[in-house]
Design a protein around this ligand. Structure first.
Ligand SMILES: [Zn+2]
Length: 356
């Protein structure tokens, strides 16, 4: 899909929703009810737009220009951009007169250092990078990107699933998207073991070096230590290997949450106070994971459950929702709907549902 090309149906719906919210001025008049104390924004890749026809992960990347526009609109709307270290005070103590926003970036991509860091430094914006211990060490699997690469290059994709070799035609763009969507869904809902077995076999069949994508795309420890000299930068933990935590057994989930804190602290030579759940939706992080992140000594933990944050002395700091800045919606309309909270109206009316 190109940036201005055909959007999948559900995203066409979002786009008309964002446009409608702005057309009736709802981002203004709903704001007192929906904005809350503030929000934690979530980003992934930041890099110049690559005009490729097949881009099934395009929702996970924005351009540096759109990042700059986001900062500009936050400031124009009177929203304080604060460090993650100051969030607890804003939610549980004195919320302050102005709403807050926190900028968070997941996975530790090198493009964040190349394209986001200089821009945020110039604009004096605090931000957090959630790092995966394995990725920064040059090991691991960004399996959704490996899957994209295999499908992009092949006219037919065969994959071993549930003990059977299954073959998909991937000649046309439509077939490539359908295959990606089907396999992504299937791999994410199966067990961790099945996911890795299927992806290892797929990489072998299509001669993709298992660690090559991670080494190409993720910053290493030297780069991260150099980045962290910037006082505006906070490094957070995002596990050892980026698994779907709800599918891990008790020992593994504890290691992924608690040991990643120790490992990243040792590598970075500084305390690590904040954690992000990989994938982070309701199916990937639940009560057990929230409890473990609290018991492991993190000050906060963030999900990818959508929503703004409402001030409360009893707020749960280990299952915080975030506002995803989606690469398929790099428009001022979308930003204003998301930043006002109007896009999350059901959550604002029923705040208890937010953590369901
Ligand atoms: Zn992640």
């Amino acid at each position: 899909m190109t940036q201005n090309g055909t959007l999948p149906a559900r995203h066409r719906l979002f786009r008309s929703g964002f446009a409608a919210i702005n057309a009736i001025g709802a981002d203004r008049w709903l704001r007192p009810f929906t904005l809350g104390a503030g929000m934690i924004l979530m980003f992934h890749h930041v890099r110049p737009w690559q005009d490729k026809a097949f881009a099934p992960n395009a929702s996970l990347e924005i351009t540096p220009e759109f990042l700059a526009l986001t900062v500009k609109i936050l400031r124009r709307e009177g929203i304080d951009i604060i460090s993650l270290d100051d969030v607890a005070q804003r939610i549980m103590g004195n919320p302050g007169e102005r709403p807050f926003a926190v900028m968070t970036f997941d996975d530790g991509y090198r493009d964040n250092l190349e394209h986001a860091a200089p821009l945020l430094r110039a604009l004096d914006v605090p931000w957090t990078l959630y790092v995966v211990d394995g990725f920064a060490s040059g090991r691991g699997s960004l399996w959704w990107l490996d899957l994209e690469r295999v499908i992009a290059a092949a006219n037919e994709v065969s994959i071993f699933l549930a003990g059977k070799l299954q073959t998909y035609q991937t000649t046309s763009l439509k077939q490539k998207y359908a295959t990606f969507d089907a396999l992504h869904r299937r791999l994410k809902t199966g067990s961790e073991e099945q996911l890795h077995r299927a992806m290892d076999e797929l990489r072998q069949r299509y001669e993709l070096d298992p660690n090559s994508v991670v080494r190409e795309l993720c910053a290493d420890w030297n780069e991260l230590r150099s980045l962290a000299k910037d006082p505006n930068v906070t490094i957070g933990a995002h596990t050892l290997t980026h698994p779907i935590l709800t599918q891990c057994d008790a020992r593994k989930v504890e290691a992924e949450i608690a040991l990643s804190k120790d490992a990243i602290e040792m590598r970075m030579g500084r305390p690590i106070r904040h954690f992000a759940f990989p994938h982070g939706d309701a199916a990937s992080a639940g009560a057990r994971e929230f409890r473990l992140s609290r018991e492991s000594g993190y000050d906060t933990a963030v999900t990818t459950q959508p929503g703004h944050i409402f001030a409360s002395p009893t707020a749960d700091l280990w299952s915080l929702p975030r506002v995803s800045i989606n690469g398929l919606h790099q428009t001022e309309n979308a930003l204003r709907a998301l930043l006002s909270g109007a896009a999350f109206l059901p959550q604002a009316i029923l705040p208890s549902k937010r953590r369901a």
